[in-house]
Every structure is written in C-alpha cells, then in structure tokens.
Design a protein around this ligand. Sequence first.
Ligand SMILES: [Zn+2]
Length: 434
Amino acid sequence: MSILFEHVTAVTMDAAEMVRKNAFVAVEGAKIASVGAERPAGTFERVVDGRGKVLMPGFVNAHTHVPMTLMRGYGGGCDLQTWLHQYIFPAEAKLDDRCVAAGAALGLAEMIASGTTCIADMYMRTGVIAQAVLDAGISANLSCGGVYFGAPEAFTPEQCGDCQNQIALTETWHGAGDGQILVDASIHAEYTSTAPLWRWMADYAQQHGLRMHVHVSETNAEHMQCLEKYGKTPAAVLDECGVWQNGGIAAHCVYLSGGDAELLAKRGVAAVHNPVSNLKLMSGVAPLFFLRECGMNVALGTDGVASNNSHNMFEEMKTAALTQNWNFGEDHGQLSAADVLRMATVNGAKALNRDTGVIAPGKMADLILLDFTHPNLFPCHDVLENLVYSASPSDVVMNMARGKIIYENGQFLTLDLEKIRAEVQNYALPHLFA
Ligand SMILES: [Zn+2]
C-alpha cells in the first residue's frame, strides 16, 4: 500500500534535520519512500492530512516481558527479590500457553495504542509470544531468558530445558514474517544460572549469528553477591564465557562498576534503561551520562508491567529525563529532550539491530501520528519538549508498523480487544490467581 502524510510536522530523529515542519512523508509497502518539503509525484492509495499533527518513529521498547501484563500491580510494594520469590515466581509456575497468549495480546494492545512499533522481549513459552507479535503486526526481538538451577557439573544441553527452548525458538521463528520476528540468544541473569549454560549459550549465539539479551547489575545486591561469589562483576564473569561476542542488550545496568561499561561498549552491547521499574522496585537509577561517556549506546524500556505498571513509553521518557536531571544534573546539565527521544527510538533500533527508529527514505515504515491540537500539547514552543514532557498515549491517533496501519483513532485493526479482554478475564486470571 502507498500512503502519503502531507503537511505534517515530522520528528525525523535524523541528525541532519531533526524536526521538519510542513513535510511530506511517503510510504511504499513496508518502507519509507521519501521525506521532503514538496509533494512527491505520483498517486497514493491513501493521503493523510497531517496539519496539527506530529509524525515520529514508533517507539522501540528495548526491554519487556510482555505476558507479565497479566500481573499488573500484583505484589506491589516489595523490593525485587521479595516480589520475585513471593509473588511472581509462584504465579509464573501456573502459566500455560493459553495464559501467555492472552497476556501477550493484552500487552501488545497496550503497546500499540501508546505508540510502540518494535520491542525486545524476554519470556518463557516464547513461541506463543512470537505468534501473538506476528498477528499484532509490530516487530520483535524475542528471547526465552535462559535459566539453569542445577549443579554445574550435571549440566548437559540435552537436559537443560532452556537450551532446548532456545534451539526450538531459533529454528521455528528466527526471521519469521520477513524479519518481523528476530530471535536473540539469552541468559535471564548471572544469578539464575552458571557458567556451563553461559558457555553453551555463547557458543550457540556464535554459531547462529544471534545477539544476546541479559539482565545485568539491576540491583546492588545482585552486583555485590556476584563479586563475592566470583570475584568479578556480572558483566565481566559473563564476558569470560564469551556471552557478549555478538553484542546485544544488557538490561538495567544500574550498578556497573569500573571497566564494565567500557567492556560492554567494546562488545557492542547496549544498555537498556528501565527507569520506572527500577524506581518502583527501589533498585536505583542507572548513570546514563556515565554509560554514554564510556561509549555505550543507551536505549529505553519499560521492563515487565508487573514492575512498572504499564507499557507507556512517554512516561518512561519523562521519568528518564527527570531522574537523570535530579541525580546527575549538577555535573552534566539536563538530559536534553532530543537525547531522551533518541533513547526511545533510534538508539533502541540500534540496540535491536533493526533498520528503524528514523524517518528517512529506505527505513522501515514504523511511524506514529500524534494529535498536537490536544489541550495538553498546546501551545507548542518546542515539539521535542512537548513529546518528552507533555505527551501521553491518548495523543497517539495512528500506529503504522512495517508500513501497515494497525491502530487508528482508538481502533485496533489487527487485534480484537474485546476478545482479548474476555480471554484474560475468563481464562488467564482465574488460572493464575484463583
Ligand atoms: Zn526485565
């Protein structure tokens, strides 16, 4: 399908010209065909009047656990370890494919309505999530978050469930939907497995050209216990097993110590900052200026809804800016609105190795349209300031993923929200919490 956005304010995220007023953006098939000040030649199947609207790249939510949407607000008020062991793990033990499908669909609906077009997700029963993503229409890097609690000397890949899950996931889903689904290799975290799994996963990633997705130094306790146990930080101990050789995502990076950030930068690993989840679980605030100075690409994620409690990337951007300004502003000045928007779009695309996050010819047409006539976005002295500090999901009037409009004016075009709601209400919630 060919679509033209005309007379629109385009926040391109392109370094050369970040904001283009009265722009014309043409989409052909799944890609952006042109961006310019003049109407491109030719006819279009659909022309969207962009007056009063802002077009920007869809958000890249670079660290999520989408089926955890079922646990929104469950076990609130605890620190990470208490929350995990007393609430989340017992509920997760009851999950089946049908629950995961329902939770994934609900989470994807929330993401789509709030402007997300691409995610990096880590969760179990990952094939079910892949099907939900394929149906919803956004792009996803999926991983199963490998854990291994057995004795290290007893490890064999044949008997390790997550090695088998990784193999099945890669063979069935890597590249599906013309690249809509990409599979990452994954280790849930240093503290939920041991070196034999890390070595196997590193070798597997190397053999299949996969990137890696791991939780790293999310809490001080995790970081210190690893130092006590191995005499090395989580980033370093995983590096010894070759985990980072293909680059990828280190989620959180709140407590990296000297050398970690440089090491991860050298390996092409992005830090994914999850400020709302980190604050809610009282984990801390990642030092973004420091991570950037060390050469790390910094992206943004919501983490799971169980610890957030939403997939709202606007909230994530604003919280990221406010917490950095308060904690590090004295030395570094404000984190600019442009930098925060980069974290939520183009930096996320780089972290996921996706050709998106920028409005430029040839890039994937992952675009969202916001109505800037809404009272909370008027007046507009600075488009970027309004996007980071004033906008909310209700301002998103269109979500286009891979060139296809999947949400418009409150209507989902790929998902049946009523059906999803009924499935969550009548099957998933009683199954997990009754
Ligand atoms: Zn997480």
